[in-house]
Design a binder for this molecule. Structure first.
Ligand code: PLP
Length: 471
């Protein structure tokens, strides 16, 4: 090896000298010595590689400490963290879906920090039932005979099928064999739950006679799946739930409806589109209804099942229930959420999703307008900023046809700043680099920041000065 390189290798500090240096003290205090050591060793190895390749390196202790600090920070940025969701999708599956009401947050913190009555009955001093309180609330709110909860709606559907249709046939309309979010496909779920799918009707039209013809000795139940994330327009027909319920009753099999996004209120009363509720579905004759806790309900990730006592009892007796049951944090959050639904007059104020869905454009526009000057200062020669009328969507397969008018801040690349696509990517990247990353979307040549979901304006404005668009 040549002389100069040997010298450079020799100049790299020993790991102990690095860890004991003044520059490393704060890092060791925050991250612990072993973690700093691991990252420092990796940094030193990178420096040796760079030297071998003939690159100039900063081998000073202070310089290496800065590199280690940077690596530790990059590492931590990959942890799950808070973001500003200005994507215009209110229930964004990739951004954590529903924001929890304060009552749920407080309830979760309490049961996390201390022992709780998760499965303990205070009245008798004996073992209690994990879902007793939730079941009571769900029955009161939906009018169902019985209810239970599991980890998510996908689990609710699997458990239902595995309990009520194992080794048997489940007819589903071809118009409802949907894929939800990549890996969740109704046909696969049916198969993996140990059942056989019987496809009925066609993509656009399915009739009662198709279901009638599909029924046989092996038919376990009829499943109706809410179409959720897409809409078929034109020459279409689906079977009325009441007719399907009647057919099931005559055949002596349960009628199961996967609602996907359940809400316990009439959204039309708030100026939004109609979304079928579990109450309506039960009233039309469904024996069992499943829906998500973190879609339009606006709570924690959970799968809720409501319906006939005997069916819920069978589901609870399935050993798979134990594998899919909710933890205490979900139970606490969901209980507090359901309590809010008991006071509908306070719901808009206390349920973040409903509050966000019903914010007026006037309020959003005023808020966005106040932020414009801050953007204009920061964007300098890179982009212009202006108010843009836009439309938010609910997301997560809820109300797929429905948009809510909203107002956003449109960041438009200046022609002098370079290729628009690259400038948009640079803008989006810089917003993601902020202490609380900001997530927008590209819309008609703008990077659009839809302000409907922006509630913490102070926090948002306060960090904008750190927006670094490079040069
Ligand atoms: C979203 C959805 C599911 C899955 O619910 P998760 O709570 O996300 O597991 C199942 N079925 C339908 C119709 C849905 O819309």
């Amino acid at each position: 090896m040549s002389g100069p390189k040997t010298t450079e290798f020799a100049q790299l500090p020993a790991i102990d000298r690095l860890l004991n240096s003044a520059g490393a003290a704060a890092l060791v205090a925050e991250h612990g010595r072993s973690e700093v050591k691991r990252v420092a060793q990796r940094t030193l190895a990178d420096l040796r590689t760079a030297i071998r390749q003939g690159q100039a390196v900063d081998s000073s202790v202070a310089g290496i400490c800065l590199a280690v600090a940077d690596a530790l920070e990059q590492d931590a940025r990959r942890d799950i963290r808070r973001v500003f969701n200005l994507s215009g999708t209110l229930l964004h599956t990739n951004l954590g879906r529903a924001l929890m009401p304060e009552a749920s947050i407080a309830a979760v913190v309490e049961v996390m920090r201390d022992a709780s009555t998760l499965e303990f009955d205070l009245a008798s001093g004996r073992r209690g039932h994990r879902e007793a309180c939730i079941e009571d609330l769900l029955c009161r709110l939906t009018g169902a005979e019985a209810a239970t909860v599991v980890n998510n709606n996908a689990a609710a559907l699997m458990l239902t099928l595995n309990t009520l249709a194992l080794g048997r046939t489940v007819p589903v309309s071809r118009g409802e064999l949907v894929e939800i979010g990549g890996s969740f496909r109704i046909p696969d779920i049916i198969e993996r739950s140990g059942c056989r799918l019987h496809e009925v009707g066609t993509t656009n039209r399915t009739h009662l006679r198709d279901f009638d013809a599909a029924l046989g000795a092996q038919t376990a139940l009829i499943l109706k799946v809410q179409q959720s994330n897409y809409v078929i327009h034109g020459y279409t027909a689906s079977v009325d739930e009441r007719e399907l319920a009647q057919l099931c009753r005559a055949a002596g099999i349960p009628f199961v409806v996967d609602l996907g996004s359940g809400t316990l209120i009439d959204l039309e009363a708030y100026g939004l589109a109609h979304e079928p509720t579990p109450m309506e579905t039960l009233a039309r004759g469904a024996d069992l209804v499943t829906f998500s806790g973190d879609k339009l309900l606006g709570g924690p990730q959970a799968g809720i099942l409501v319906g006939r006592r005997d069916l819920i009892d069978q589901i609870n007796a399935n050993p798979m229930k134990r594998a899919l049951r909710c933890d205490k944090m979900t139970i606490a959050a969901l209980t507090a959420l359901l309590r809010l639904y008991q006071q509908p007059e306070n719901l808009v104020e206390r349920l973040p999703l409903l509050r966000i869905m019903t914010r007026s454009c006037r309020e959003i526009r005023a808020q966005a307008a106040a932020l414009l000057p801050l953007f204009e200062q920061q964007l300098a020669q890179v982009a212009s900023a202006r108010l843009v009328d836009c439309a938010s969507e609910i997301g997560s397969g809820a109300l797929p046809d429905h948009r809510i008018a909203s107002v956003g801040i449109g960041l438009r690349p200046l022609p002098s700043a370079g290729a628009p696509d690259q400038v948009l990517a640079r803008l989006a990247g810089a917003l993601r680099e902020l202490p609380v990353p900001v997530i927008g979307r590209v819309h008609r040549g703008d990077l659009l920041l839809d302000c409907r979901c922006l509630e913490d304006v102070g926090g948002f404005a306060g960090q904008l000065r750190q927006l670094d668009l490079g040069s």
